[in-house]
Design a protein around this ligand. Structure first.
Ligand code: HSE
Length: 352
């Protein structure tokens, strides 16, 4: 299976490392033997129709700053649109920084990938949160797989669980914590750190967006709320439809005061008739009161009651694991080893 990687930041570098480490297991258990036919970063690309040397790719990116410096495969200045248009591949794996204003350039990359007949795996929230069903619709028309389970919850398969729950029951609402950065900051405020020190630590751990204000002001959380809502309720919601309040006004004193009453403050995203993101005081023993950079969601099902899933929601390895999850799902659906027998799985959504 031939892959093009767009973006060579922490997430796609982690993906390359996982592909190296799990090479034998992926081949034996899934019949999955990927060839990275191109990798692109902001300075250029590395291209090889026979597959790039993954070890060399990682080494060059880390030591020289760009994959365009990769021996005879390096192409200084070659951009992502050129690569997508000219390189033959099965899946484009997109992990560039999220832009919640225009969705670009990710939006154009995903469109070009689909227009040239390539399946797409992305963890990018911008294009999905801003354009509702545009990309799923294009994928459907082109009969391509489009998977984005890492866009909500990172390594924690929140969208996949929602899709499974929706097969046999109906999700009538949900509440969750979808942003690792703000949850980490709120937890550290409880431990006595200042807001600034907690944010710095979140940045160092690789949780924050390129612009951390997107996390702090609640926009990252709101974008995930939109993506999950559209998947769960089959709506065409956009980011502008969510009422958003971030944690910028939450002080250490307010957190300490809540603690005296056995409560914690968490940035809660609520899905349903009035989609909203806001810091809320909740009981410490609530399933939503997760700590550190954890994410959590409680789905309310019509017949089965509450179902909660929590796990790590941010970080390079975690999100790379979600990309691999989606890549392997497409591999299986295209007839790879251990192909899924779940014939009910729609192409666009995220059913495993
Ligand atoms: N900045 C995001 C977060 C990364 O803190 O959750 C994962 O989407």
């Amino acid at each position: 299976m031939k892959l093009i990687l767009l973006g060579c930041g922490t997430v796609n570098l982690s993906l390359l490392e996982i592909l190296l480490e799990r090479r034998l297991d992926l081949s034996a258990r899934h019949g999955f033997r990927p060839k990275i036919v191109a990798a692109v970063d902001s300075r250029g690309a590395a291209v090889s129709p026979n597959g790039l040397d993954i070890e060399e790719l990682i080494r060059v990116k880390k030591s020289k700053g760009s994959v365009a410096q990769t021996g005879s495969s390096g192409r200084v200045g070659m951009n992502a649109l050129d690569v997508i248009s000219t390189v033959d591949a099965d899946i484009v794996v997109e992990a560039i920084p999220t832009n919640l204003k225009t969705g670009e350039p990710s939006l154009s990359y995903v469109k070009r990938a689909m227009e040239t007949g390539k399946h797409v795996v992305t963890a990018n929230k911008g294009p999905l949160a801003l354009t509702a069903d545009l990309l799923p619709g294009l994928a459907n028309r082109k009969e391509l797989f489009f998977r984005f389970s890492g866009a909500v919850g990172g390594g924690t398969p929140i969208l996949d669980l929602a899709a499974r729950c929706s097969l046999g029951d109906r999700i009538v609402g949900f509440q969750g914590v979808f942003n690792g950065t703000t949850n980490y900051i709120l937890s550290e405020l409880e431990a006595g750190l200042t807001f600034e020190a907690a944010l710095k630590a979140a940045k160092e751990r690789g949780y924050t967006e390129t612009d951390p204000l997107i996390d702090i002001r609640g926009l990252d959380s709101a974008s995930k709320l939109v993506i999950l809502s559209n998947a769960v309720f089959d709506t065409r919601m956009k980011l502008e439809n969510v009422k958003v309040k971030g944690i910028q006004g939450v002080t250490r004193a307010r957190v300490a005061h809540a603690a005296t009453r056995g409560r914690v403050i968490r940035l809660i995203a609520s899905g349903g008739n009035a989609p909203a993101v806001a810091p809320m005081e909740i009981p410490r023993e609530s399933p939503l009161a997760v700590n550190s950079a954890m994410n959590v969601v409680t789905f309310e099902l019509e017949h089965s009651g509450s179902i909660t899933i929590s796990g790590k929601g941010a970080g390079g390895r975690e999100t790379a694991g979600a990309l691999l999850r989606d890549i392997l799902t497409i591999h299986a659906k295209l007839g790879g080893f251990n192909a899924s027998r779940d014939e009910t799985a729609p192409r666009v959504a995220t059913v495993v």
